[in-house]
Design a protein around this ligand. Structure first.
Ligand SMILES: Cc1cc2nc3c(=O)[nH]c(=O)nc-3n(C[C@H](O)[C@H](O)[C@H](O)COP(=O)(O)OP(=O)(O)OC[C@H]3O[C@@H](n4cnc5c(N)ncnc54)[C@H](O)[C@@H]3O)c2cc1C
Length: 400
């Protein structure tokens, strides 16, 4: 295994770093100064246009769909660079949840669904959301949903309540998980249905105030109600009852993107910690860098980030060589392992900055507010730990 970036990847990473420094970080500063996401849209759109002109649009998308057609390992490197800013992935149209939705539309969408929903999404003309988690049912058990859909003639009629539907505010359509076959075995009860958000019966109740910020537009998480919401029968994505299977398919490569984005954040927080330690006078002639406890945080953070990156690269490599099924253990493990590294490094970086670490004069507090969620979304850490441990123990004959 050789994880040396290919000359093509190294060149691409260089270009992305330049773009980040020149275009994205100045915009990020404006966001931290209190500009809403929606108010930044003109600048964001100009940035996206520039990305297209540079031929860097949609790194994860096949070339036939206007993207760069990068491999998973190549996209991993890209995702780390873009993860350094909360506005990084959005500029390149590889942001969650749109990237995952593009992926499942590509794999499971009908020709008509691809033309109607995937084409404008891939071109960046619209946004989308993924509506699975419910306030009244444990999201950690994806087979347990209260939202129901039934066929009435040529239409699906959907009823239910969802929340944490990321980026629903301003999205053109939602992909909704709903029970369509209540009598089937648990893993075959739900289906995914595409719902344009201007459909009567789709109601955005509110943007949830998460860690004190409700956000807006792409940068928000909504509570959504489906009340006798009718969409054509043809809006079923994949086979009836395949919702759980499709959701699982969405997670494998998506986990690599997420984990590498987290590593990008951790790396940026690490660099800030080192810079602050080297510059901050703590007493006459003494810098924070002289303190062994800070040295220890720096050494531990370096080792953790490097270990996490190698683990994710190895997982991506296994998925490419052997498929997501064979890499199941690693896909589970990187979820909680990298989330731990992310929050460890962020916390130490904030501590090194003292009170400054809590003020939006740096990006650290923003990351701290938004990335605590890393332990919860994409499957809570505990769920992955339990399923990984069970698979391991079964190999030892344990009946778990
Ligand atoms: C920022 C953010 C964005 C999100 N975006 C989306 C989105 O776009 N679309 C969407 O549908 N959902 C989204 N979610 C929801 C997310 O997928 C769920 O929050 C997650 O699946 C956990 O479900 P829950 O919140 O219902 O927690 P619960 O299932 O109630 O679990 C609560 C806690 O119990 C523990 N736990 C659960 N199961 C086990 C177990 N088997 N063993 C041991 N401990 C366990 C875990 O610690 C867990 O945190 C998002 C969440 C966040 C925070």
């Amino acid at each position: 295994m050789d994880f040396t970036p290919s000359p093509r990847t190294a060149e691409l990473v260089g270009k992305l770093n330049d773009f980040l420094e020149t275009h994205i970080l100045p915009l990020e500063r404006r966001m931290l100064e209190g500009r809403s996401f929606t108010s930044l849209l003109p600048e964001l759109e100009a940035g996206r246009q520039r990305v297209k002109e540079l031929g860097l649009w949609g790194p994860q998308l096949p070339k036939a769909w206007g993207g760069m057609g990068l491999s998973l390992t190549e996209h991993a490197a890209v995702s780390e660079v873009l993860g350094r800013s909360p506005l990084g992935h959005y500029h390149f149209n590889c942001q969650a949840p749109d990237a995952g939705n593009m992926e499942i539309l590509l794999s499971f969408g009908s020709d008509e669904q691809k033309e109607t929903f995937l084409r404008p999404l891939a071109e960046g003309k619209i946004r989308s959301c993924f509506s699975m988690t419910e306030p009244d049912a444990a999201g950690s058990n994806p087979t347990w949903l209260e939202t129901q859909a039934f066929l009435d003639g040529d239409e699906w009629v959907i009823n239910g309540r969802k929340w944490f539907t990321t980026a629903a505010d301003g999205a053109a359509f939602a992909i909704v998980m709903a029970v369509t076959k209540p009598e089937a075995p648990p893993h075959m009860r739900a289906s995914q249905i595409i719902v344009p958000t201007d459909t009567k019966g789709f109601r955005l109740v509110r943007n949830l105030p998460v860690m004190g910020e409700a956000g807006d537009g792409y940068a928000s998480h909504a509570e959504v109600e489906y009340v006798d919401c009718r969409v054509p029968k043809a809006n079923l994505l994949g086979p009836d009852g395949a919702g759980f299977f499709i959701a699982q398919e969405r997670l494998g490569p998506g986990r690599i993107h997420h984990a590498m984005r987290w590593i990008g954040i951790a790396e940026r927080a690490f660099e800030m910690m080192c810079k602050r330690a080297a510059e901050r006078d703590i007493a006459p002639g003494k810098k924070l860098a002289h303190k062994q406890i800070v040295q220890s945080w720096i050494a531990e953070s370096r080792a953790k980030i490097d270990a996490a990156r190698l683990y994710v690269q190895h997982t991506a490599w296994r998925i490419e060589k052997e498929g997501a099924g064979e890499a199941r253990d690693e896909i589970s493990a990187i979820k909680f392992f990298v989330a731990d590294v992310l929050t460890f490094v962020l916390d130490r970086s904030i501590q090194t900055h003292g009170a400054l670490g809590l003020v939006d004069d740096t990006i650290l507090a923003y990351f701290y507010r938004h990335e605590r969620a890393a332990h919860i979304y994409d499957g809570a850490d505990e769920v992955h730990k339990v399923s990984l441990a069970k698979r391991i123990l079964k190999r030892y004959g344990a009946q778990v």
